[in-house]
Every structure is written in C-alpha cells, then in structure tokens.
Ligand binder design. Structure first.
Ligand SMILES: *Cc1c(COP(=O)(O)O)cnc(C)c1O
Length: 345
C-alpha cells in the first residue's frame, strides 16, 4: 500500500482525522432515513447555525467544485457575471464548472496583490460598462484563505461589502480553507462572514480532515430557494447523507475543525521560519494560513523531487507551494529542511 509522508503537495493528500472517523463509524449502525432526513444531518445543520450565530440554510455536497459551481449558479442568471481574483480556484481549477452550472455566467478577473482582489479593480470591472452588450456584474466571490495562503482582514472584507452594497452585488465566499482563515485571524465565524456581508459560504471539510463533503451555508436564506433541487439535478445529493454529516458533526462537536486548522497553520509558520535561514530562498507571500510559497533555485527543486518530496510549482519559475495539513508532522518539516540544507550548502 502506497503512503506518502514526504509530501507538501496539498492538504487534500491527508487522510481522515480521528474525530471524523469516530463519528463516521458511530453513524454506521442500523438503518436511518436517506437523503438527509436523518438526525446526524439535523444535528450538523443545527451546529453550523449555532457556530455562525445565524439561522442559515445548510446544504452538503461532495466537493468544493460542486459547492462553488452550484452556489454561484444560485446567485446568477446566465447573463450575469461573477467577479473573482485572477488566481481564483473557480477560474483556474474548476474546468468551467461555475459557467456550466450557471448556463454561462461569465467570470470577470480582478487583480490585486497577495491573492486578494483590490477594491479599485473590483470597482473598475463593475463600472467599466453598463450597456446591454456586457454581462451584468452580479456577484463578488472571495477566496478565504486565498489561493496563495493569505487571509482577508475584516476591514478588507468590509470594503468589499461596501462595494457590493453600492452596486447591488451578492457576496460569495469560497471557504475551501475557511477553517485555516478563521484560525489565523482570531475573529468569530460570524464576523468574517455574514457580519461582513457574505451571503453564501462554501465551507470546506475535505482539506480539514473530512473523508469527503463540503457544507454550503446560505446566510441570505432567500437565495437558497429550491437549492436542494439544484443539488439533486447535479448529482450532488447523497442518499446516504449521514456519512457526510456525521463526520462533519464530529469535527464541529469536538472542536477538531479548529484544532486541525490551527495545527496546519502552526506547521506552515514553523516551515516558513525555518526557510528564512537560507539566503537562497525567498518567501513569495506572507504566511498567514497553512501554505508557504517559496522561491528556490530550480536545481534545489529538482533534487528535492528526486528525493521523493512532493509539492506543486505552478507560480512562476522556481516557486514552490508547500502546503501543510492537520496531519503534517514537525519531524517531516525538519527532514525537508535538512534535505534543503544539504542541497544548498
Ligand atoms: C481545494 C479547493 C476547492 C475545492 O476543490 P475540489 O477538488 O473540487 O474539492 C475550492 N476552492 C479552493 C480555493 C480550493 O483550494
């Protein structure tokens, strides 16, 4: 059986955390109603409402692409457009899923440093045209934490909220790594979502220790109208729903969701600190969540790869993304650092 402890490729290489596994196995007793009519699902939904201090509508789908695509489609007509950062997962890694699910809503790409949309860039896209020939801007989508491992501050979110209010736009949040953002910023879940103008949150479970399954929270309940039909039509309604919602409840009830995220963030902080000792290595972005982006000499990357280390290098030449998870170990980081030292010195 192949396992890889030598990896910083992605937090979705990790397994299921013990708390999620425990609840998964507890849910595996006897028969219960299908399609989310069971008590695990009820309890998980209630727990989300309590955690977010909001009477929100909660749905579950299998993965993040579906969560983003279906929730964005719920906010748009086909002639609308969605504003996202140019590095956003919905633009670069979802194979056109949001456009497909919405029957053609166009993505408009905003720019900005450190993976965050600059308010001027959003505003420029919204005000550029107002004629009938241009897809009407309808949604701003924010990735939290961002694709480059940074975290929008509450103040930054509120500036976006103001723009959304001014131009009558909805706000969507891709929170595939929402737990990491929360652990990093020290605010409450409510403060960085609905209190900062977020209408819909895709709350990632998979990268945080779940086997599978993302939650979609509609704080603006009117937008959730008929959403269950959209999920069903898209093949995203699990009949044995309890095997998604029981592990979610395990994460929520035990607090593992936040501990897992904190652990991943702490590992990334430790890794970033260790990398600073090498003058040949530059960190490309501030380490705020569970990712470290490092510019390394290409020879070093090659040697590390040949030693079996796995990581992605998709940002520029020599830039390596080193991703930590709930399961990353200090001694693995130490071994990576030792290997880097042996290459560079
Ligand atoms: C991982 C990820 C997703 C979800 O990806 P799936 O592979 O579809 O589960 C969505 N957004 C971001 C920013 C991600 O990193």
């Amino acid at each position: 059986m192949e396992t890889m402890s030598e990896q910083f490729a992605s937090d979705n290489y990790s397994g299921v955390c013990p708390e999620a596994w425990d609840y998964l196995s507890q849910a595996n007793h006897g028969d219960v109603p299908a399609y989310g009519e069971d008590s695990w699902t009820q309890k998980a939904c209630d727990h989300f409402r309590e955690l977010f201090e909001a009477d929100c509508e909660v749905f579950f789908v299998f993965n993040g692409t579906a969560a983003n695509s279906l929730s964005l489609a719920a906010l748009c007509q086909s002639y609308h457009s969605v504003i996202c950062h140019e590095t956003a997962h919905i633009e670069t890694d979802e194979c056109g899923g949001p456009e497909f699910a919405s029957n053609g809503s166009k993505l408009l790409l905003a720019r900005g440093d450190q993976g965050k949309m600059a308010p001027e860039s959003i505003e420029q896209l919204v005000t550029k045209r107002s004629d009938i020939h241009y897809p009407k801007p309808k949604v701003i989508t924010i990735t939290q934490s961002t694709e480059v491992g940074t975290v929008y501050t509450v103040e930054e979110l509120k500036v976006i909220q103001q723009i959304a209010k001014q131009y009558d736009l909805k706000v969507h949040m891709d929170g595939a790594r929402f737990a990491n953002a929360l652990a990093s910023c020290g605010h409450s879940p409510a403060e960085i979502t609905w209190k900062a103008g977020v209408d819909v949150l895709c709350f990632g479970g998979t990268k945080n220790g779940m086997p599978v399954g993302e939650a979609i929270l509609f704080f603006n309940k009117a937008l959730a109208e008929d959403f269950e039909y959209r999920c069903k039509q898209a093949g995203q309604l699990a009949s044995k729903m309890r095997f998604i919602t029981a592990p979610w409840l395990g994460l929520l009830e035990t607090g593992a969701w936040l501990r897992n995220a904190q652990h991943a963030n702490d590992c990334a902080r430790y890794l970033a600190d260790q990398l600073q000792q090498f003058p040949q290595i530059q960190l490309l972005f501030p380490q705020e969540a569970n990712a470290v982006f490092a510019e390394m000499p290409p020879e070093a990357i090659e040697v590390l790869r040949s030693k079996g280390w796995r990581f992605y290098t998709f940002i520029g030449a020599g830039g390596a993304r080193l991703m930590c998870s709930w399961h990353t170990r200090r001694d693995t980081i130490d071994r990576l650092i030792d290997d880097i030292r042996s290459v560079l010195e």
